[in-house]
Design a protein. Structure first.
Length: 125
């Protein structure tokens, strides 16, 4: 009797599992997303942006687009190197296994804040 109830349970599980995946995309499936696209911008806004890029001689969709091509730093290499070496220990402590809590606890009263590259934003995972 136990064997029959086990087989019946396995058949029931197999039947419900198949319906759980109905309508979802799997790795080998060819699926077409039929969700209608709704733009947040008007056609005129997009065309105006394209005209600005063309006037500037820049194509951000190009494979050779390099926004940093004309970048000029305000600091010398030596200044950047000295700044990096000065902050190396605090950055290593802040990005360590305990996320810098031991480092911050040892430096009570001193503000410890992470530094990010210009334009970079931290992501929470």
């Amino acid at each position: 009797m136990n064997r029959k109830s086990t087989i019946a349970a396995l058949i029931a599980i197999a039947a419900t599992t198949g319906s759980a995946f109905a309508g979802t995309s799997l790795a080998g499936d060819i699926s077409i997303d039929d969700t209608p696209f709704t733009s947040t911008r008007t056609r005129a806004e997009v065309q105006a942006e394209l005209a600005e890029f063309k006037q500037a001689g820049v194509n951000p969709w190009s494979t050779s687009y390099n926004p940093a091509r004309d970048f000029r730093s305000e600091k010398t290499r030596e200044q950047v190197l000295a700044e990096y070496q000065a902050s190396r220990d605090s950055v290593a402590a802040i990005t360590s296994e305990d996320s810098g809590s031991a480092y911050a606890a040892a430096r009570k009263g001193v503000e410890v804040s992470p530094r990010f590259a210009v334009g970079a934003t931290p992501t929470v995972r």
